[in-house]
Write a protein that binds this ligand. Structure first.
Ligand code: A2R
Ligand code: GDD
Length: 284
C-alpha cells in the first residue's frame, strides 16, 4: 500500500509516518513546507504548499497513492483569531486543491480529512456525538466545519472515498509550545533551568478538554482510513475531559520549585468553549 501524508512535518505527521512504516509496513510518502525540516528515514519527502493548486496536482499525479492523510493546516485556534486570512486559505482552499486533484486522478484513493472537536463548540458539558449540532465558536473551527462539509460534498457528488475525523486535543513529546500542555511544561523547564523567574503565565484555566496521546491518535487514523465508511465522520478522543487547572496543578506538582501562577491577558481568547468531551462509541 502506498500512503501519502500531507503536512508531515507537523506534530502528528512525524508519529503517523513512523506508525505507517513500522506497524503497517506501507510505502510512505510525505510532504512538508519548503522551510520545514523533517528527520524521516527511508521515505520520500517532497516540498508542497497546498495553496499551490498546480503543485498539489503534480505531487499527487506523480505519487498516485492509495491512501492520503490530509494533516496540513493552520492548526492553532489562538492564531486563527490573529490571522484569519491565512487560516481560511490553508484550511479551506488548501483542502479543495487536494480534493480536486484526487477527483482528476484515474485511481480510487481513500482520503482521511482531519477535522477538530472545536467544530462542535458545545457549551453544555455533555459528551458530543458525531450527530451533535456543530456551532463553531472561532475562525479555526469554522474552517474545519467547512472542510467536513467539503468532504461530504465530494463523496456525494463524485463518489469519492473520503472519511472525516474530528480529532480532540492531543499531546506528546515534540508538540509545539503554542499548545497548552507543551507551553506549561516548557515554562516550568525554563524556570527549573533558572532561565526565567518562577512565575508561570497562563490563559483560561477553567476550560475542560479531552486529551489523548498522539501515538493513540495516529493508530486511530490508520484504522479509520482503512475501515471508516466514506462520507462518515468519526470522533477521535478519549471520552474524558480534564480542566486546564487540574493539568497545571499536576505539572506544578512535578516540579521542585515553588512557582507562582499569573493570568496573562494576551493568552485569553475572545471566546473559549467551556467543555469539549468526546463520545467515542462510533469509533469503538
Ligand atoms: O504552520 P507550520 O509552518 O507549522 O506548517 C504546518 C503545515 N502547513 C502547511 N502545509 C502545506 N501547505 C500549507 N499551506 C501549510 N500551512 C501549514 O501543516 C504544519 O507542519 C502542518 C500541520 O501540523 P501542525 O500544525 O503541527 O498540526 P498537528 O497538531 O500535527 O495537527 C494535524 C491536523 C491538523 O489538520 C489540525 O488542524 C488537526 O490535526 O487537529
Ligand atoms: N495554548 C494555550 N496556552 N492554551 C491555554 C493556556 C495557555 O497558556 N492556558 C489555558 N489555555 C486553554 C485554552 O484557552 C483552551 O481552552 C485550552 O487551554 C487548549 O488550548 P490549546 O492547547 O491551545 O489547544 P486548542 O484546544 O485550542 O486546539 C488544539 O486542539 C484542537 C482539538 O480540540 C489544536 O491541536 C487544534 O489543532 C485541534 O483541532
Amino acid at each position: 500500500m502506498k500512503a501519502l501524508v500531507i503536512g508531515a512535518a507537523g506534530f502528528v505527521g512525524g508519529y503517523l509516518v513512523e506508525h505507517l512504516k513500522k506497524d503497517w509496513k506501507w510505502e510512505v510518502f510525505a510532504t512538508k513546507l519548503e522551510q520545514e525540516t523533517v528527520q524521516m528515514e527511508k521515505i520520500v519527502c517532497l516540498d508542497l504548499d497546498i495553496l499551490d493548486r498546480k503543485a498539489v496536482e503534480h505531487v499527487l499525479f506523480e505519487i498516485e497513492p492509495d491512501y492520503i492523510f490530509h494533516l496540513a493546516a493552520q492548526s492553532s485556534v489562538a492564531l486563527s483569531w490573529k490571522n484569519p486570512d491565512l487560516t481560511l486559505d490553508v484550511n479551506i482552499k488548501g483542502c479543495v486543491h487536494i480534493l480536486e486533484a484526487v477527483r482528476k486522478m484515474q485511481k480510487k484513493v481513500r482520503i482521511l480529512l482531519v477535522g477538530s472537536s472545536e467544530e462542535y463548540g458545545q457549551i453544555k458539558g455533555e459528551a458530543v456525538t458525531e450527530e451533535s449540532f456543530v456551532y463553531p465558536k472561532n475562525l479555526y473551527a469554522v474552517t474545519k466545519v467547512c472542510q467536513n462539509m467539503l468532504g461530504k460534498v465530494y463523496v456525494d457528488a463524485y463518489q469519492m472515498e473520503i472519511v472525516m475525523v474530528r480529532a480532540f486535543n492531543h499531546i506528546g513529546p515534540k508538540q509545539s509550545s503554542v499548545f497548552v500542555i507543551s507551553d506549561f511544561c516548557r515554562q516550568v523547564a525554563e524556570i527549573e533551568a533558572e532561565k526565567k523567574e518562577a512565575v508561570i503565565k497562563v490563559g483560561n484555566l477553567s476550560a475542560k478538554r479531552d486529551f489523548t496521546d498522539v501515538r493513540d491518535i495516529v493508530r486511530a487514523y490508520a484504522l479509520l482510513i482503512q475501515r471508516g465508511k466514506a462520507g462518515e465522520t468519526y470522533n477521535v478522543g478519549s471520552g474524558e475531559a480534564c480542566s486546564i487547572a487540574e493539568i497545571l496543578e499536576k505539572i506544578l506538582r512535578l516540579s521542585k520549585k515553588t512557582i507562582q501562577i499569573e493570568i496573562d491577558p494576551a493568552k485569553l481568547r475572545p471566546a473559549d468553549v467551556s467543555v469539549i468531551k468526546a463520545d467515542i462509541r462510533k469509533l469503538k
